[in-house]
Design a protein around this ligand. Structure first.
Ligand code: ACO
Length: 434
């Protein structure tokens, strides 16, 4: 009878151990039983960048990268994007089930109520240079919230925890909008709680002199879908940062500031900004072959392509490609789309990309839509951070409630000097002529 175990023989000592296989994994600490001497720490695994290491058990998001499948709490992303709104999806990610009507109404009211920020936050944002990157402002403002809500440190109290969750989901839109308006030199717009989450965000961003701001329904829905698509993506770089920082039991604002920093990088959420800069640099469809050749020679990457997990078309990119056309009917066509579509067509037929299974990821089309909606390029990672706040918080909460989790603390393989001594200490220990 085959057993659900792996047998490992240590050829150094002849020792043999049997390790149970659970959920397609073996527990790395089991290997420590293999020792060369009683004081040996035991065999470790070496896995830079966690290429083959599960860091947690999670019930939130499922990805099958080979098949291009993404599900939140079991529901396919395509169904959620088509039939649900962002705050419903947020509730689903955090609570595990979709809300009923009454729960949804209460949840929306609660989140919208928490969109207000302390007046001092405005003064704080005013302190930034006019050209400060809004992601830097957001990251700092989120960290600052920890000082406004010292109760947040009580992370083991479920009531306190929940309050910080609704505060963060509510306030992140306001902080993001204020970061943008600061860069424009415009007055800050108060949240309008009768508007939808996405509609109010557009109001806080773009309201000028009108008495009542009415978001365009197509753009409002497009933004809401964008938020759904970006809400969670299991153990990516920023979520791992959120879990890792949160594992020290710091408050969620401090942990989220770290996650926001991780998201900003061009290999992660900053890629949507990098895609737009790349498309601008390419400039026209005629220049694409030359650009592709440069990428293949290793002179830069095709931004918005490739993914650690997806070795197939990212399902979110597919939804966005279709959505772009609907948005353009309102905003006018963004000429970048033609370059992007042709770039994708060429790349998907080129052996370099095919053999490495490099497909468009979520960032490839999102930036083109954001730009058509009149968002400046440096707001793109901020637009990613808003919905991802939900994923970070759901993962943070799951980590805190998981009895198997402890403070994150990987091991290392030390490759530095053996002990050596300062010259003066050496001289004292071995005096000349002694
Ligand atoms: N353009 C050109 N070549 C690429 C690209 C790319 N975008 N991505 C990977 N490759 C190549 C690498 O050069 C490497 O080739 P080699 O085997 O000849 O050395 C091979 O494909 C594997 O690449 P890795 O860097 O090992 O893959 P990894 O899983 O570490 O990286 C990542 C994934 C960071 C997303 C990478 O594909 C990349 O840099 N993409 C561009 C940036 C981007 O779009 N990031 C957004 C990701 S989605 C998100 O975070 C929301």
């Amino acid at each position: 009878m085959p057993k659900d175990t792996v047998t490992v023989i240590d050829n150094r000592t002849g020792q043999q151990i049997e390790i149970p296989i659970k959920d397609g994994t073996i527990a790395a600490p089991e290997l420590r039983k293999l020792k060369t001497s009683p004081d040996d720490f035991g065999l470790m695994t070496y896995d830079p960048a966690f290429m083959n290491t599960a860091n947690c058990r999670s019930a939130i998001t499922f990805i099958d990268g080979d098949k291009g499948i993404l599900r939140y709490r079991g529901y396919p992303i395509e169904e959620l994007a088509d039939h649900r709104e962002f705050l419903e999806v947020a509730y689903l990610l955090l609570e595990g089930e979709l809300p009923d009507r009454a729960q949804l109404a209460a949840w929306k009211a609660e989140i919208m109520d928490h969109t207000l920020v302390h007046e001092n936050i405005k003064k704080f944002i005013d302190g930034f240079q006019h050209d400060a990157h809004p992601m830097g402002i957001l990251q700092t403002a989120v960290a600052a919230l920890a000082t406004f809500y010292p109760d947040a440190r009580n992370i083991h109290d479920p009531v306190v925890r929940r309050l910080q969750i609704v505060r963060l989901i509510g306030k992140v839109t306001t902080l993001a909008a204020y970061a943008y308006r600061h860069s424009m030199g415009w007055y800050y717009v108060m949240p309008e709680t009768e508007l939808s989450y996405a509609g109010n965000f557009l109001n806080m961003l773009f309201r000028r002199t009108e008495v009542k701001y009415e978001p365009n329904p197509v753009l409002e829905r497009a933004l809401d879908i964008l938020f759904i698509l970006h809400a969670d993506h299991e153990q990516n770089c920023s979520t791992t940062a959120m879990r890792g920082i949160g594992s020290s039991h710091v408050d969620p604002y401090s942990a989220m500031a770290g996650a926001t920093a991780a998201l900003w990088g061009p290999l992660h959420g900053g890629a949507n900004e990098a895609v737009l800069r790349m498309l601008k640099e390419i400039g026209s469809v005629a220049n694409i072959p030359g650009f592709i050749e440069k990428v293949k020679k290793g002179e830069g990457r095709l931004m918005g392509f490739g993914h650690r997990i997806y070795k197939n078309y990212d399902p979110r990119a597919r939804i966005l490609r279709e959505m772009a056309e609907k948005v353009f009917q309102v905003t006018g066509r963004n000429p970048m789309i033609d370059i992007a579509v042709e770039l994708e067509r060429i790349a998907l037929h080129d052996d370099y990309f095919v053999s490495r299974k490099l497909y468009p990821n979520v960032d490839f089309y999102s930036g083109i839509i954001y730009q058509a909606m009149k968002f400046p390029v440096d707001m793109f990672p901020v637009l990613f951070a808003i919905p991802r706040t939900v994923g970070w918080l759901a993962q943070w909460q799951e980590m805190l409630l998981d009895p198997e989790q402890k403070i994150a603390r990987p091991r290392q393989v030390f490759i530095g000097h053996e002990v050596r001594h300062l010259p003066e200490v050496e001289a004292k220990a071995h005096p000349v002529g002694a």
